[in-house]
Design a protein around this ligand. Structure first.
Ligand SMILES: NC(=O)c1ccc[n+]([C@@H]2O[C@H](COP(=O)([O-])OP(=O)(O)OC[C@H]3O[C@@H](n4cnc5c(N)ncnc54)[C@H](OP(=O)(O)O)[C@@H]3O)[C@@H](O)[C@H]2O)c1
Length: 313
């Protein structure tokens, strides 16, 4: 598919959009592109408030009719802190599109505030917390009129294929250094795929998919564990073969805005809009990404873990 966001994204009037990690890279490019199509409101999150202010100023210039709001929210913070950030700063009565984009890759061993491995926390658990908070609002949005269309887009990666043995190693989630840094990244990105799959099963009224954005020139490799040879090989800033951040946003933009009938609930897409092929292809879906039992186990683990977290309905 020759994707052209200018042409292919429809008018988004009335829609409210939330993009995590909108302060840089793919998320930032998605904010600017979506703003051109006149949604009612775009919220974007990140930790870097200075970058957030710069993006708002730039969006005001390029798309003056779209309200763009920065929400300071660290996805590796405690569930209470995430809840407070969203409750204080998200003010809309609907949520049509949630693009779960924020992420870190192959960083040195650490734990997030909830006591889980940092990549699992920032890439998966923080988004699961956010989703738990906002899911009732998305369900309400999906039911609000016959043509309503609530979407969840999880930014995964072809890197999910290098997950830890077994896919998700539930026993080591509270361990900072299980396997390699890249395997821990793979595990977190596999969890993103499984979350979209489980959402399609448990909340079919929301269209939930996961996407690989391609190889994209961004800041993602800036904090890669130094011992990795691959950090030299995969430095996302210098290789001219990689896509621009704007092109890197295409698959997520497609998944968020393509006609509902063309997006399969629960599927994983290679760029742009290609349902992923078999394991062994350059960028396919790992067996663990199709594993219904694993998806259900992660769903139950997450629901149990977040029991007691009050949503924002
Ligand atoms: N680039 C690629 O080739 C590639 C390939 C496959 C998948 N991906 C996926 O694409 C997504 C976007 O990555 P990118 O390449 O655009 O990377 P990037 O340029 O490094 O941007 C990452 C974004 O995530 C935010 N973020 C990181 N940790 C956060 C935290 N704890 N809390 C809140 N926000 C956080 C950052 O914002 P702050 O610094 O303001 O917090 C930033 O806006 C990631 O999920 C990544 O795994 C990228």
């Amino acid at each position: 598919m020759k994707y052209n966001p200018e042409r292919d994204i429809p008018d988004l009037s009335g829609k409210v959009i939330l993009i995590t990690g909108g302060t840089a890279g793919i998320g930032k490019a998605a904010v600017f592109e979506l703003a051109k199509h006149s949604p009612e409101q775009i919220y974007f999150t990140g930790r870097n408030a200075q970058a957030g202010a710069g993006i708002i100023a730039e969006a005001k210039q390029s798309s003056p009719r779209c309200a763009v709001t920065f929400i300071k929210c660290d996805l590796s913070a405690s569930r209470e802190d995430i809840r407070n950030s969203i409750q204080d700063q998200f003010k809309s009565s609907r949520l049509d599109i949630l693009i779960a984009n924020a992420g870190i890759m192959a960083v040195p061993p650490a734990l997030g505030a909830e006591g889980f491995e940092i990549q699992f926390t920032s890439n998966y658990l923080g988004h699961a917390i956010l989703l738990k908070l906002l899911r009732p609002l998305m369900v309400k949005t999906a039911k609000s009129s016959p043509d309503s269309d609530a979407r969840l887009v999880m930014l995964s990666s072809f890197g999910h294929t290098v997950h830890l043995p077994g896919g998700i190693d539930f026993d080591s989630l509270r361990t900072p250094d299980a396997g390699t840094a890249l395997q821990r990244y793979g595990q977190s990105k596999l969890a993103d795929i499984l979350l979209a799959k489980s959402m399609a099963k448990h909340y079919p009224q929301i269209t939930s998919v996961s996407v690989h954005p391609g190889l994209v020139r961004t800041n993602l490799a800036d904090n890669v564990e130094p011992s990795f040879m691959f950090s030299i090989l995969t430095s996302l800033t210098w290789t001219p073969l990689y896509s621009s951040a704007e092109q890197g946003a295409y698959n997520a933009l497609w998944a968020a805005t393509a006609p509902k009938g063309s997006v399969e609930n629960g599927a994983y897409y290679d760029p742009v809009g290609k349902k992923a092929g078999k394991k062994g292809q350059t960028s396919g879906l790992a067996d663990a990404g199709r594993d219904k039992d694993l998806a259900e186990r992660l769903w139950k683990w997450t629901e149990d873990e977040l029991k007691g977290l009050e949503d924002l309905s």
